[in-house]
Design a binder for this molecule. Structure first.
Ligand code: DGL
Length: 256
């Protein structure tokens, strides 16, 4: 069984891709909905939450965990890995690989949560990979709220205005790619795409699921856990996944 973690609905795009690739892998999805948005929290809090999530997955018997969360990948993953008895995957390395493959000497934009942008995890990883690419980082925290509130249906004027507001500094830039460095942002892609019709959008959750090594063939069992609001999450996740979801509620303080 592989655990998939996000603060909320964002990681579902990674789960969807993972289950397309490995339909028989058993999965446990955990959304820490009680403490969302992660991007507004301090680094030590994010590390503590990620440790609790890992302890939860270990108690469930997970053989690997995908942190389908840009914020945890940026602020906690490298600290968790050395002590983890199971492999931990994140979104940064696969997304940086994809950015390197579209890079043609222009600029790259990285969109993320405030905590991710502040951490500089993407620029540092990109600079290690490519010789000093021009990088523009943009924190887009309201994208997380729009995704969680379900304000992303076709033509939603609030989502349109928010995307135009956040991304206006990028309009005049010769971009080779835009990194959607928060898994929630894939739900905003339909609003970003018309602003940059020809620029590749690099969806970190999907890329992370693409990059996973083969998972064992099991029963294809899917379980979902949240830390708050199980009915709301179940309804929204069922819509996003196109399959019924019935989430159970847990308390991560039991794993502190
Ligand atoms: N989906 C997460 C990320 O990729 C967290 C968003 C949030 O809770 O702020 O960063």
């Amino acid at each position: 069984m592989i655990g998939i973690f996000d603060s909320g609905l964002g990681g579902l795009a990674a789960l969807k891709r993972l289950t397309e690739r490995f339909p028989l892998a058993d999965t446990v999805y955990l959304a820490d909905t009680a403490r969302l948005p992660y991007g507004a929290h301090a680094p030590d809090a994010i590390l503590r939450y990620a440790k609790e999530a890992l302890a939860f997955f270990l108690a469930q018997g997970a053989e690997a965990v995908l942190f389908a969360c840009g914020t945890v990948s940026a602020l906690a993953l490298e600290r968790l890995r050395p002590k983890s008895p199971i492999p931990l995957y994140g979104i940064i390395a696969p997304t940086v690989d994809a950015a390197a493959s579209v890079y043609q000497g222009g600029a790259l934009a990285v969109l993320g949560t405030a905590a991710t942008v502040k951490s500089r995890a993407f620029p540092l990883a990109l600079e290690r990979r490519l010789a000093c690419p021009p990088l523009i980082s943009v924190a887009c925290p309201l994208f997380v709220s729009l995704a969680e509130e379900g304000l992303t249906e076709k033509g939603n004027p609030i989502a349109q205005a928010t995307a135009a507001y956040y991304l206006s500094p990028l309009k005049e830039v010769d971009l080779d790619g835009i990194v959607l460095g928060c898994t929630h942002f894939s739900l905003l892609a339909p609003f970003i795409r018309p602003l940059f019709p020809t620029v590749p959008l690099l969806d970190c959750g999907r890329l992370a699921a693409e990059a996973l090594p083969p998972l064992p063939r099991e029963k294809g069992k899917r379980r979902f856990f949240v830390t708050e609001g199980e009915a709301r999450f179940s309804e929204k996740a069922s819509y996003i996944l196109g399959a019924p979801v019935s989430a159970e509620r847990i308390s991560l303080s039991d794993f502190a």
